[in-house]
Design a protein around this ligand. Sequence first.
Ligand code: GRF
Length: 220
Amino acid sequence: MSRRIAVLASGRGSNLQAILEAIAAGALDAEIVGVFSDRADAAALDKVPEALRWSASPRAWPDRAAFDAALADAVAAARPDWIVCAGYMRILGEAFIARFEGRLLNIHPSLLPKYRGLHTHQRALDAGDAEHGASVHFVVPELDAGTVIAQARIPVLAGDDAAALAARLLPREHALLVATLRLATAGRLAERDGKAHLDDQPLFSPLSLDSTGDLTRPDD
Ligand code: GRF
């Protein structure tokens, strides 16, 4: 049965685009049931029909909790099986996270637990890392701290700057997100006791994206 996916996005929406393309290609058995943004001008919104768009400025609400509650009601009304934060640039409050616990994913451009938060590419370069990457994780109230499901790795090359590194990582991010959603929509992923589970087995370390776009267990 086709699974229902809601996407939260604040910006350009290339990850959303990758999900839409995978669905159109028959590579992901899912449908996008809503795109939700804290910015009315987010390019991500334009990628879906108007009936699927929701956006509101947080400034229109008295505080973060009130905005989050409105967002959560809108998301819930779309009846998603999975909710994906893909470049959603606001921190979600505890009530929002609790309401969608176990089906709320985020894609983050670093090899977590390294570099939570912003400027991940520059921070990887500044640290002299030989490798960089992206992670998909379950969302918990602490920023970018939830259990990591899967990662994609790329080498850092001599001469890379943050923009070059980000550009080289982006297509791998897209493949990572789609591959993770394939597991999620097949009912193979779950979060239990704060741990990611694949096929009912706890994941002790993240799955890894191979060159064909498949996810493998680290000990495979
Ligand atoms: C991606 O790098 C994602 O990992 C990060 O924000 C960026 C969003 O890009 N969380 P896009 O809006 O999906 O193009």
